[in-house]
Design a protein around this ligand. Structure first.
Ligand code: GLN
Length: 445
C-alpha cells in the first residue's frame, strides 16, 4: 500500500510504469497475508515487484512499449509470471521499455522516455529502463527484465542496481513477447545479488512450453552466496579496457577488482579476440529474428489496426506503418534484407559462423579463469536526447552483446559513481554457473 502511494507520488515524473495493477495487487497482498497467517508462506510471499511490459500477464495490458500493442490485453500469463505468482510475490504493475526491447536508453518507448531517478536529465538505460528506474527509485524492491543484448545489465548499471542475465535456456521464454528468439532471456533486477538469487530460484527451470528451456536441475541459488573467494581466478579481457571506455568507469571497475584481490582472488589478463565483431554480428542476427517475430503484427489477428482500409494490402501496410516506431521499422527493414534470397549466405549464415567464434573466445577464457570482469557499459548514463544516431547508440552495448551471442550468464553490480552517475561492474561466468556468479557478486556487496 505504501509503495502504491509512492508510485502515485513519484512516477508521474519518472514514468517507469505503463500500467499499475492496483486492485490485483491489493488482492494478492491479502492472499499472501492469509498464507502467512496459516504458516504456509515462502520467503518471497508478499514481496512487491514489477514486470517489464514484455511479459504477457493474463487480463492485463501488455504493450511491449509499442503503439502496435497499445490495446493488447494478454489472454494468458508468461511462465515467469505464473512462477512468480506461485511463490506469493505481488506484482504492482508493468514497466516502461523501449519498443519491442529495441534500444539502450528507453527513449524508443511509445509511452515516452523514462527518467533516471539519480538525475532526471539522464536516461535510465534500456531496454528494461522502466524496471531499473522503478527499483532505483524505491517504487519496488525488485523487477523483472529481459536481456537480448544488454537490456538487463546496462540499465541496472545506469541506475545503480543489480541485474542478472541468466544462461540462455535457464528461464522459460514462454509468454514473453519475442524480439530475437536465440538471444532473449529473462532475469531479475533488484537491490542485491541475494535478492536476484531468491528470484532466480523462483523463475528458473525447464518449461515444456518452451523447447529452448533446458532441463537441468535448478540448484538453490542462495546456498553458496557466502562461499569464500580464496583462490578465485578473475580474468580481465584486454578488449574491455580499450578505446572508448570512460576513464571514470575504468577507475571504478579497477577499484572493484582490487576489492576482490583483497578477498583472496587472483587477477590475470585474458583476450577475447573477436570482441570487435560482436556488434556487427548481433545487428545481423537480432534484426533478422526480429523481422520474422514481428511479422505476426499484421493488423488482423491482434494489435493496432488502421482505420478504413481499402483492401487487405492497405490494411497490412498502414497498420504496420502506424503501429511501429522508427527504430522497430529500421530493424525490420535490415532483417528482411539480410534474410532475403541472395543475401542470406552473405549475412545471416556468415553471422552465425562468427557467433560461434565469439562463443569459443569465452570457452577458451574460462579454461584459464573462473569469472571475467569488466565494465557493463562504456560510459555512465548519458543525457536524454544525447545519442541521436543509431550507430552510437548501438555502441553502448559493446561489453554486453557478446554475452548473449555466447549464451553465458552475466550480472551487473553497482561499483561506485562518476560524479552522481552510477557505474556497473559486469561479472561473467560459464554456462549455468549462476550460483557461482551470484556468490562472486554477493561478496562485493
Ligand atoms: N540495445 C540492444 C538492442 O537495441 C539490446 C536490447 C536488449 O537487450 N533487448 O537491440
Amino acid at each position: 500500500r505504501g509503495l502504491l502511494a509512492r508510485i502515485e507520488r513519484l512516477d508521474p515524473e519518472i514514468n517507469s510504469f505503463v500500467t499499475v495493477t492496483r486492485d490485483q495487487a491489493l488482492e494478492r497482498a491479502e492472499a499472501a497475508d492469509a498464507q502467512r497467517a496459516r504458516g504456509e508462506a515462502g520467503v518471497l510471499a508478499g514481496m512487491p515487484l514489477a514486470l517489464k511490459d514484455i511479459f504477457c500477464t493474463e487480463g492485463v495490458l501488455t504493450t511491449a512499449g509499442s503503439k502496435m500493442l497499445g490495446n493488447f490485453v494478454a489472454p494468458y500469463s508468461a511462465t515467469v509470471v505464473e512462477k512468480l505468482a506461485a511463490t506469493g510475490t505481488v506484482s504492482l504493475g508493468k514497466t516502461n521499455m523501449d519498443e519491442f526491447a529495441m534500444g539502450s536508453s528507453n527513449e524508443n518507448s511509445h509511452f515516452g522516455p523514462v527518467k533516471n531517478p539519480w538525475d532526471h536529465s539522464l536516461v535510465p538505460g534500456g531496454s528494461s529502463g522502466g524496471s531499473a528506474a522503478a527499483v532505483a527509485a524505491g517504487l519496488v524492491p525488485a523487477a523483472m527484465g529481459t536481456d537480448t543484448g544488454g537490456s538487463i545489465r546496462q540499465p541496472a548499471a545506469f541506475c545503480g542496481i543489480t541485474g542478472l542475465k541468466p544462461t540462455y535456456g535457464r528461464v522459460s521464454r514462454y509468454g514473453i513477447i519475442a524480439y530475437a528468439s536465440s538471444l532473449d532471456q529473462a532475469g531479475p533486477m533488484a537491490r542485491s545479488a541475494e535478492d536476484c538469487a531468491l528470484l532466480l530460484n523462483a523463475i528458473a527451470g525447464h518449461d515444456p512450453r518452451d523447447s529452448t528451456s533446458v532441463s537441468r536441475v535448478v540448484p538453490d541459488y542462495t546456498r553458496d552466496l557466502d562461499a569464500p573467494l580464496d583462490g578465485l581466478k578473475i580474468g580481465l579481457p584486454t578488449e574491455y579496457f580499450g578505446d572508448g571506455l570512460d576513464p571514470g568507469v575504468e577507475a571504478a571497475v579497477r577499484d572493484a577488482v582490487k576489492v576482490y584481490e583483497s578477498l583472496g582472488a587472483r587477477v590475470v589478463e585474458v583476450s577475447l579476440p573477436h570482441t570487435d565483431l560482436a556488434i556487427p554480428t548481433y545487428y545481423v542476427i537480432a534484426p533478422a529474428e526480429a523481422s520474422s517475430n514481428l511479422s505476426r503484427y499484421d493488423g488482423v489477428r491482434f494489435g493496432h489496426r488502421c482505420a478504413n482500409p481499402l483492401d487487405l494490402e492497405d490494411l497490412y501496410k498502414r497498420s504496420r506503418a502506424e503501429g511501429f516506431g522508427e527504430e522497430v521499422k529500421r530493424r525490420i527493414l535490415i532483417g528482411t534484407h539480410t534474410l532475403s534470397e541472395g543475401f542470406f549466405d552473405a549475412y545471416y549464415r556468415k553471422a552465425q559462423q562468427v557467433r560461434r567464434l565469439i562463443r569459443q573466445d569465452f570457452l577458451d577464457a574460462f579454461d584459464k579463469v573462473d569469472v571475467l570482469m569488466g565494465p557493463a557499459a562504456p560510459t555512465p548514463a548519458f543525457a536524454l536526447g544525447a545519442q541521436s544516431d543509431p550507430v552510437s547508440m548501438y555502441l553502448q552495448d559493446i561489453y554486453t552483446i557478446a554475452i548473449n551471442l555466447a549464451g553465458i550468464p552475466g550480472i551487473s553490480v553497482p561499483a561506485g559513481f562518476v560524479g552522481n552517475r552510477p557505474v556497473g561492474l559486469q561479472i561473467l561466468a560459464p554456462h549455468f554457473a549462476e550460483a557461482h556468479l551470484l556468490n562472486v557478486a554477493h561478496a562485493f556487496q
